[in-house]
Write a protein that binds this ligand. Structure first.
Ligand code: SAH
Ligand code: SF4
Ligand code: F3S
Length: 453
């Protein structure tokens, strides 16, 4: 889902490190932190696997296809490797499969999970001790040490004006289709101080736009200096005081954890951007219950209404699963009806994929693949028409764009609007990392086109 950009540095005299990250923003963040971690150990990041000394696959286990992709990539990378290239599998497949990863691909020497990657230098040293056959030692570590990684990682190196910052990890919700509670562990929040320190560090390096990350980011309840639990709303208010930080976003939220203080901030805190990713998954209460979602369609729609009262033009984003076990045509139509009431600015929708070890995988009445595909296509057509309609509303308007880099065409720059839409326009490179005003003249499914004012 998320393309990770890790700062490449000069490889002269250094070992080459290639990291491929799959899956969500949390994984993207972890990949960036792995690069930070390995830099003082003499590793420079390269943008492909050819000739790399160390290849890390930072994997995702969320759907069947995510698994398949990793193992087919591993086969390809191995062909381009050197005899002594080390292959490490981290992330959620590493956590879920452990040693079994090595059974599926004998090229892999190191397996670790999302909560142990700070131990990578240790794993590498252990793996490099070769056995009598000249083979690397196999190392596996899938512990869940609470927050230990944050104490062990070096300070985060910024790359440009936008950054992810993890404030909350893990999930206690146990939706019946989902592997995340098993791969990421229990919900845990970092302290307010730790988050503020990381944010200040990023801003001192030129970061202007921070996305706070968590599997259930709005369940954030980190301790403040008086050992009291702080809400996400309180944390955002503190972060907003940091001079030079211009934009704050957070993702992913769970509908059951949205409180009024947080909703109010969309009106009262100018640094909080008008964008909310709030997955609903299904528009049928029967399916939501079977999914163990702990919200109803109506409570979700009520939250959206409240948010729009405070911020009428907010960009709402959602996640959907079609073809969950027992989903009838009627349940599916209910999802389309709910979508019609929301008008999404952007969305992520998936065909249900049975995951090993989750309750839904063994439920009766699994939906066949053809039906799933048809339902997904129908839902996506509706979501895309909403997405285009949302983008078109900006035609003729002036939007503030944080320029993140060059666009695809010559002399073109690319950036993000406050509503998190990609904006392309003509301009000089000196504007990269600046916030500029752009008048929008064209709107497409995935981007806006404008002219610099
Ligand atoms: N913590 C977040 C996101 C978790 S994973 C949340 O609760 O919203 C991202 C999305 O993947 C989920 O929102 C869901 O839509 C989708 N997903 C998770 N498990 C899935 C499965 N087994 N099959 C299909 N989609 C799945
Ligand atoms: Fe998965 Fe549900 Fe947790 Fe989200 S809230 S990570 S979908 S179990
Ligand atoms: Fe995938 Fe793990 Fe994220 S399963 S979606 S990388 S939490």
């Amino acid at each position: 889902m998320v393309k990770v950009k890790i700062q490449e540095n000069s490889t002269q005299g250094k070992k080459k490190l290639f990291i491929k990250s799959y899956g969500c923003q949390m994984n993207a963040y972890d990949a960036v932190r792995m690069a930070d971690l390995m830099a003082p150990h003499g590793y420079a990041v390269v943008d492909n696997e050819k000739g790399a000394d160390l290849v890390i696959l930072n994997t995702c286990h969320i759907r069947d296809k995510a698994d398949e992709k990793v193992f087919s990539d591993l086969g390809r990378f191995k062909k381009h490797g050197k005899p002594d290239t080390l292959y490490a599998v981290g992330g959620c497949i590493g956590q879920a499969m452990g040693k079994k990863v090595m059974q599926r691909s004998n090229a892999v020497s190191i397996v670790f999970g999302p909560q142990t990657y700070h131990r990578l230098p240790e794993f590498i040293a252990k793996a490099q001790v070769k056995d009598e056959n000249g083979k690397f030692t196999k190392v596996t570590d899938t512990d869940f040490p609470e927050l230990e990684k944050f104490d062990s990682l070096p300070t985060q190196k910024a790359d440009g004006a936008t950054a992810f910052l993890s404030i909350q990890e893990g999930c206690d919700k146990f939706c019946t289709y989902c592997v995340v509670p098993y791969t990421r562990g229990a919900e845990i929040s970092r302290t307010v101080d730790a988050v503020l320190k990381d944010a200040e560090n990023l801003v001192s390096q030129g970061v202007k736009d921070i996305t706070l990350l968590g599997q259930n980011v709005n369940a954030y309840n980190g301790l403040n200096n008086n050992d009291e639990a702080s809400s996400l709303a309180k944390l955002i208010k503190k972060l907003a005081k940091i001079e030079g930080l211009e934009r704050i976003r957070f993702t992913t939220s769970h509908p059951a954890n949205i409180d009024d203080d947080l909703i109010d901030l969309f009106k009262t805190e100018p640094k909080l951007m008008p964008y909310l990713h709030l997955p609903v998954q299904s528009g049928s209460d029967k399916i939501l219950k079977a999914m163990n979602r702990s919200h109803t369609v109506e409570s979700y729609l009520e939250t959206i209404r409240k948010v729009r009262e405070k911020c009428p033009d907010i960009a709402i984003s959602g996640d959907f699963i079609v073809g969950f076990p027992n989903e009838t045509e009627e349940d599916y139509m209910d999802t389309l009806k709910a979508v019609a009431q929301v008008n999404y600015a952007t969305s992520y929708s998936f065909a249900y994929s049975p995951r090993p070890g989750t309750p839904a995988a063994v439920m009766q009445n699994q939906v066949d693949d053809v039906t799933k595909k048809e339902r997904l296509a129908g839902l996506q057509a509706l979501l895309e028409s909403q997405q285009e309609a949302f983008a078109k509303k900006f035609i003729g308007k002036t939007v503030k764009v944080l320029v993140t880099g060059k666009g695809k065409k010559q002399n073109q720059l690319r950036g993000h609007s406050e509503h998190n839409l990609v904006v392309n326009f003509e301009g000089g490179d000196r504007l990269i990392n600046e916030i500029v005003e752009v008048k929008i003249e064209g709107a497409y499914l995935k981007s806006l086109l404008g002219i610099l004012l």
